[in-house]
Write a new protein. Structure first.
Length: 377
């Protein structure tokens, strides 16, 4: 057995895991100490028999929030540079090629540049450690940045719609054919950026990065619709010159719809809406810890890329303070081990209420006698 990791014993009767504190960096049941790959165990976060078991943490360790913030910032910075280059290309091609849709698309790309800056700055602030003035850290900067970016999508959608209507009522020249190829290239690049940035947002659980990804998707949508409009104008001639403006108007509608959809999650996060899945998983893990008679209450909230959990755990009313304290630590460590996204767990111990269950829990072999005192533990 290596010095930096230990293998936990298999669950005991009733699915209990061994009592006592569980170090955060241990190989879990169902994981190999060598390759840490699941071997018949349940992958992290999945349920078994209606309960959330302690699963296998990838690589046998808990990823830190700093890794997620750093990855998100690097992705936002790369997107920022790409948006600057694309905005310049689209604006130049739109002005030279007489494409209203391409010019509008370039204007929307400038908002993408600002959005990437806001996301990068928001993640940078959120990554700062807790201090005296911010004892819970600076994680709220991340959903706040996501809200600002979503609101920018609203503004961009309204702006494109207004300019598109002006383009419809105003006659203008048929766009040059080369603008179509520019737009098709933009669609390919922006869709690829959406998929890359979106995957990072899901991996690090960042609302801001996920919203920034949709800025890329919105750009791809408007460019695709503009390409359709330009194609119609090139085929139909001067009488269909307004087609690209009509296409831009349709793109504005798509952007506004997605802006509303992206605005709600960070708003809920800032309002501390209960993350029901996290609550259910934390409750399931706590119920498997030895000497836990029941879980009376579980509260959770998301702060940045991590969750904070508050929990009321019931134990035998005759249990010593010392042993109850050890049970609380076992619950906390088990949850943090099974759920890497949980930053901290505050466990409040309650005396067991017989009305909640017909049978009190059986004490584990390592439990001290009921009348033991803290001094004798």
């Amino acid at each position: 057995m290596s010095g930096d990791s230990q293998t936990l014993h298999p669950p005991g009767p009733g699915g209990h895991i061994p009592s006592g504190r569980v170090p955060r960096e241990r190989v879990l049941p169902g994981c190999s100490p060598d390759d840490r790959a699941p071997k018949g165990g349940v992958p992290d976060g999945r349920t078994q028999n209606g309960r959330a078991p302690i699963g296998c943490v990838p690589d046998g360790r808990v990823a830190g929030a700093a890794d997620g913030y750093g990855r998100g910032m690097r992705t936002s910075l790369a997107g920022l540079l790409a948006n600057v280059a694309l905005a310049i290309v689209k604006l130049t091609a739109g002005l030279v090629g007489h494409s209203y849709a391409l010019v509008a698309d370039a204007v929307e790309s400038t908002s993408d540049v600002l959005a990437s800056l806001i996301v990068w700055r928001g993640l940078r602030i959120a990554a700062q450690p807790a201090d005296e003035e911010h004892p819970y850290g600076h994680g709220r900067a991340e959903p706040l940045a996501a809200m600002v970016v979503a609101l920018m999508l609203v503004v961009a959608g309204i702006g494109i719609a207004i300019e598109a209507v002006q383009g419809i009522v105003t006659r203008h020249a048929v766009p040059a054919p080369f603008t179509l190829y520019v737009l098709l290239g933009v669609v390919v690049i922006k869709e690829a950026m959406f998929r890359i940035v979106g995957r990072v947002g899901r991996d690090v659980r960042s609302r801001a990065v996920a919203t920034d990804a949709w800025h890329h998707r919105a750009d791809a949508i408007t460019s695709a619709l503009a390409a359709v409009g330009i194609s119609i104008a090139l085929i139909g001639g001067p009488e269909y010159a307004r087609a690209d403006a009509i296409a831009a108007l349709g793109g504005a509608g798509v952007i506004l719809f997605n802006a509303y959809r992206l605005l709600m999650p960070p708003l809920h996060e800032l309002m501390d809406v209960v993350p029901t899945e996290t609550v259910a998983r934390a409750r399931g893990v706590a119920e498997l810890v030895p000497d836990v008679a029941g879980v009376e209450k579980v509260l959770a909230r998301k702060v940045g890329l991590r969750y904070l959990v508050d929990m009321h755990v019931e134990v035998d009313r005759e249990m010593s303070v010392h042993h109850a304290h050890e049970v609380a630590h076992a619950v906390k460590d088990a949850i943090r081990l099974a759920m890497p996204e949980v930053e901290n767990v505050l466990v409040h111990i309650e005396p067991y209420n017989a009305e909640h269950s017909k049978q009190p829990p059986e004490p584990s072999a390592s439990s001290p006698p009921a009348n033991s005192s803290p001094a004798g533990a």
